[in-house]
Ligand binder design. Structure first.
Ligand SMILES: C[S@@+](CC[C@H](N)C(=O)[O-])C[C@H]1O[C@@H](n2cnc3c(N)ncnc32)[C@H](O)[C@@H]1O
Length: 392
């Protein structure tokens, strides 16, 4: 079927409408005339791939990766767009999610645009954590979009240089479900395997504890602990969070979903010894308490955020950096109850942020400042940082 493609939607799709039917089309750009092939039909809409471009957008480029495209590797969504266009597409998705799902007034998003992060290879070569799937013959590769099929690539164009040079793709991983590579600030890569994608990672070689530096501060974490995958992301996010919250001497601060304690360390420096910082994190591989040991007025709780926050008492400022599913109404309610003056929300999923914007609005809170960063170039993903305060 030939369609004219409309606006971008979440998930790396653009929307096409034909005779009242809605198609979410991958590998297309707004305004293009394309031939589509339906990949999955649902009751009220269908997913499709643009398999032939009849009228191309001026934003279209030849994908730098030969493994990107319909039926190929599913890791990247926007290889076929200039990086500048990718930023515009993500900005549109952010505005759409926050107005349509979050109920925000479009005027509130004026001037908010997804910003590129500085990186020597531009939108390529940034991914410092890679996980490959392993086929029954023991060969590692990357999965097709929403499929169990594995594409055997030569090397991944968005992987960092050390990961690209590792021999993982030519090794025999028979019996394994997945193999992962971690490129930290240490000289050596950590390589681990998993029986299945969701099972416990087992270290094969390299360090068990890895190190990451942001400015003067060094963080240690387990090879399977969380760290931002783009090399410029942690520093940029910390700077934005501190710029938004403007921590004052003596304030009490929480870093919720703290990981290794990136934001807690920044808060500990800025609130000073007369202040107090509590980090909450539930993965032991984050080594949160060890990373905060240099600051006597900072500490970590090894626990679940929803279970911990209600017992923490009052607070002045909060950083909230939940996983992809968002914080949820229960956590939002207990945060508001602690009566902070401001909450800085770091979101890797605009839809989850939009749902939490609604939860905050129910308590009379709204985002007062917002910035978004392209921490995942070539993919549909991006990070948004929003400063919530009580509405006037
Ligand atoms: C997006 S990461 C953020 C980490 C950290 N703020 C950073 O920037 O490096 C989310 C973190 O939340 C942790 N986490 C997930 N669910 C949690 C929960 N219910 N309670 C506490 N921590 C949780 C994960 O282990 C992960 O370290």
């Amino acid at each position: 079927m030939i369609v004219t493609v409309g606006d971008v939607a979440a998930g790396g799709h653009c929307v096409a409408r034909v005779d009242g039917e809605v198609y979410f089309v991958r590998h297309a750009l707004p305004g293009e005339r394309v031939r589509i092939e339906v990949t999955d039909r649902k009751k009220r809409f269908a997913f499709a791939d643009a398999v032939e471009i009849l009228e191309a957008s001026p934003d279209r480029v030849e994908p730098p990766c030969p493994w990107a495209g319909p039926g190929k590797c599913g890791g990247c969504d926007f290889q076929h767009a200039t990086h500048e266009a990718q930023l515009r597409l993500k900005t549109r998705v952010l505005a759409d999610q926050l107005t349509r799902i979050g109920g925000l007034d479009a005027a509130k998003l004026d001037g908010v645009a997804v910003e590129a992060l500085p990186w020597k290879e531009g939108p390529l070569g940034w991914r410092t954590r890679m996980q490959y799937a392993v086929d029954p013959g023991g060969r590692a590769g990357l999965r097709e979009h929403k499929s169990r099929d594995i594409v055997h690539i030569d090397w991944c164009r968005i992987a960092s240089e050390p990961i690209r040079s590792a021999p993982v793709l030519s090794e025999d991983w028979k019996g394994m479900g997945a193999v992962g590579v971690v490129d930290s600030d240490d000289d050596e890569l950590a390589v681990y395997t998993q029986l299945r994608r969701t099972s416990r990672p087992h270290r094969k070689r390299g360090p068990a504890t890895v190190h990451q530096r942001v400015g003067e501060v060094e963080f240690e974490l387990g090879f399977d602990g969380f760290w931002q995958v783009h090399p410029a992301a942690a520093g940029a996010f910390l700077e934005c969070v501190l710029e938004f919250l403007e921590p004052r001497e003596g304030e009490a601060a929480w870093d919720l979903y703290a990981g290794a304690g990136l934001f807690a360390a920044g808060l500990a420096e800025t609130v000073g010894e007369s202040g107090r910082v509590v980090a909450v994190e539930n993965a032991k591989s984050s080594h949160t308490a060890a990373n905060l040991a240099d600051w006597k007025h900072a500490g970590a709780i090894d626990g679940d955020v929803a279970a911990t926050v209600p017992a923490l008492g009052g607070v002045d400022i909060v950083v909230l950096d939940p996983p992809r599913s968002g914080a949820g109404p229960e956590v939002v309610a207990s945060l508001v109850e602690a009566r902070p003056r401001a909450i800085c929300y770091v979101a890797c999923d605009a839809g989850a942020l939009a749902r939490d914007v609604k939860a905050f609005a129910d308590h009379g809170w709204e985002p007062k400042r917002m910035r978004a960063f392209d921490a995942f170039p070539m993919t549909q993903h991006f990070e948004t940082i929003a400063l919530f305060e009580p509405s006037e």
